[in-house]
Design a binder for this molecule. Structure first.
Ligand code: FMN
Length: 189
């Protein structure tokens, strides 16, 4: 399955940059927006987690349109995965299940101090407030995650895999989840 391929690459290439992917979302006008995010962990067989701030545009976009595409390129291995699916925001609000609460807490507790501090920063995209930025301190890991913190659970239902390292031509595979089972089809690259 595609996930085993990614897990193998994460084992082989343990640098932090191997965990960077580009997450694309659409806004209310249908316009695309893409940005780099960090893969945090698998949270389910088909789902991975990233962390974000509820005040970011991507969260508004995903709340209105949960479809995402994440493009993950492993440069050293020359392999690209385009992961498509539906995102869920775990912001600790509303009727979150105990599992969702536990997931949000576990991931919060695993973040570095520098990352936790970002959730105390003043509002993103507002005019620069140097004093407020400088004064921001990291909420402690052992306390409840702040209301600005959320986990985005990205549930994958199709994958376009491109192996540029294959010879004489790249391998391209389409993986589709149908009724819970995955199919894999070899395609022309
Ligand atoms: C290397 C790198 C890693 C990043 N990781 C994250 C991340 O995990 N989560 C996140 O919300 N933003 C992350 N960012 C910042 C985003 O790329 C983006 O600037 C920010 O989230 C605001 O995006 P938005 O306004 O489209 O929501 C990262 C940026 C870089 C350069």
């Amino acid at each position: 399955m595609w996930r085993q391929g990614i897990e193998q690459l994460l084992r082989e290439y343990s640098s932090v940059t191997a965990r960077f992917m580009v997450l694309a979302t659409a806004d209310a006008a249908g316009l695309p927006h893409a940005r780099t995010v960090v893969f945090r962990d698998w949270v389910d067989t088909n789902a991975f987690a990233i962390v974000s701030d509820v005040r970011h545009d991507k969260i508004t976009q995903l709340t209105n349109n949960a479809r995402f595409e994440a493009c993950w390129y492993f440069g050293e291995a020359r392999r690209q995965y385009r992961l498509g699916g539906t995102a869920r925001i775990l912001d600790g609000q509303g009727n979150a299940t105990p599992e969702d609460q536990a997931c949000r807490t576990r991931i919060w507790q695993g973040l570095s101090e520098a990352t936790r501090a970002q959730y105390a920063w003043p509002t993103p995209r507002e005019p620069l407030e140097p004093a407020a930025l400088e004064a921001a301190t990291a909420p402690p890991a052992e306390q409840a995650a702040p209301s600005t913190f959320c986990v985005v659970v990205c549930d994958v239902d199709h994958v376009d895999e491109l192996q540029l390292d294959a010879s004489p031509v790249p391998n391209r595979y389409e993986h589709r989840r149908i009724d819970g089972d995955w199919t894999r089809t070899a395609l022309n690259p």
